[in-house]
Design a protein around this ligand. Structure first.
Ligand code: ACO
Length: 371
């Protein structure tokens, strides 16, 4: 049975930064200090006018393909985990497929809210393990800012927009070791946008009542998220045949610093084995885990052979966890590659195309360095 191995990664966030202080200045009844101490969030990125989820997804996808040096025409499948598609129809994944030029790939969206990326990863890994496909691009992309009521201080402070992507490849080496998924629809109303679907189409009444906004029972969600993120991770770790002592890094859904602490405590993991970047981006829904993984790689927190646990909780209610054995010998080589990139600054593109012209293909570079 082939394994599904991570071969590339990429992220994209909008350029518009909104700090806690900006929210105060917008007239929200809150304070910088309250938001930071109660959530751990200092700022978030929000879509600029005219920008949409697929714009972020396309950039993240292109970066993941570049890291893996895979041509988009070689992709078999694209899954976009999102609860904020560009349009109700068609799937955002099809828009991404067209824009990156993945002419041979199937494309579909998946909605499991904040757990969407782990769900997509699990389904993609299953496709590879059953040998139906060889290369799948898994993208988590969301712009929950479109659903926010900017007067609802309990909700609007939490979220940001962004996208992250992983390229999964068929491999003889593991890979995704295990996944565990769960759902409890009896808690649907705890976190919901009620209008905009077939039950309550968006009409004048819905807009007047604010039913197009995300509403949340923050305390219940907090309690359940802290509990279920830990439980889901325990289940996935057990299914992988590992124990928590074998875990090198936990990448939890970036909902609230206190939720992350509680989940880590449940697993008995010390803070140095937990990655958090929600201070910079807030909760980016399906994008939060792949964005955090990209930054963990960039910071040198991921080494070859590491066991990495992803765990998430979100609307549905839904939860999911995955255990990954990191297969690429990173980050040392990629860091030096990126150091070059930084050193070259604006000359990077010219350098890269001159490399390509001379036939020095990045693929052979990657093969020599990493295999
Ligand atoms: N600024 C100032 N005061 C506020 C704010 C704010 N932004 N928001 C709430 N308060 C007030 C409340 O009104 C309350 O006042 P009261 O005591 O006079 O009634 C007080 O602060 C305490 O409210 P709590 O709800 O107890 O505050 P808590 O510490 O639980 O924090 C929060 C609220 C941040 C929403 C928290 O419950 C939370 O993070 N919940 C999880 C929500 C979440 O992560 N949802 C994302 C989707 S699901 C997922 O991603 C896991």
């Amino acid at each position: 049975m082939p394994y599904a191995q991570v071969a590339g990664w990429g992220m994209a966030v909008p350029s518009r930064v909104v700090t806690n202080n900006d929210l105060v200045e917008m007239g929200l009844e809150t304070s910088e200090e309250w938001i930071e101490t109660r959530t751990g969030i200092r700022q978030r990125r929000l879509l600029a006018p005219g920008e949409a989820t697929s714009d972020l997804a396309v950039t993240a996808a292109q970066r993941a393909l570049e890291v893996a040096n895979v041509h988009p025409a070689d992709l078999d499948l694209i899954i976009v985990a999102t609860c904020t598609p560009d349009h109700p129809v068609p799937a955002t994944a099809s828009l991404v497929q067209d824009r990156i030029g993945a002419g041979r790939a199937g494309a579909t969206d998946l909605n499991a809210a904040c757990s969407g990326f782990v769900y997509a990863l699990s389904l993609a890994a299953g496709q590879i393990e059953s040998a139906r496909v060889r290369q799948v691009l898994v993208i988590g992309a969301d712009a929950v800012s479109i659903y926010l009521d900017w007067q609802d201080r309990e909700t609007c402070i939490l979220f940001g927009d962004g996208a992250g992507a992983l390229l999964l490849q068929s491999s003889e080496e593991p890979g995704i070791l295990s996944t565990s998924l769960g759902s409890d629809g009896s808690g649907a109303s705890l976190l919901m946008v009620s209008a905009g679907g077939s039950r309550f189409p968006t009409n004048g009444d819905a807009l007047r009542n604010g039913d197009n906004h995300l509403v949340m029972d923050g305390r219940q969600i907090f309690r359940l998220a802290a509990q279920m993120m830990g439980k889901a991770a325990e289940k996935a770790i057990e299914a992988s045949g590992l124990t928590t002592e074998d875990v090198n890094l936990l990448i939890p859904h970036q909902a609230n610093g206190r939720i992350i602490e509680a989940a880590a405590k449940k697993l008995g993991l010390p803070p140095e084995k937990v990655f958090a970047n929600l201070a910079e981006y807030g909760n980016t829904t399906a994008a939060s885990i792949p964005i955090a993984l990209c930054e963990a790689i960039e910071e040198g927190r991921v080494k070859p052979g590491d066991n990495i646990v992803l765990t998430s909780f979100g609307a549905g209610l839904s939860w999911g966890s995955a255990v990954i054995r990191w297969g690429l010998p990173l980050p040392v080589e990629v860091s030096s590659w990126r150091r070059w990139r930084r050193r070259l600054g604006g000359r990077w593109s010219a350098f890269r195309s001159s490399l390509r012209k001379r036939g020095r293909r990045v693929r052979s570079f990657m093969d020599r360095k990493y295999n």
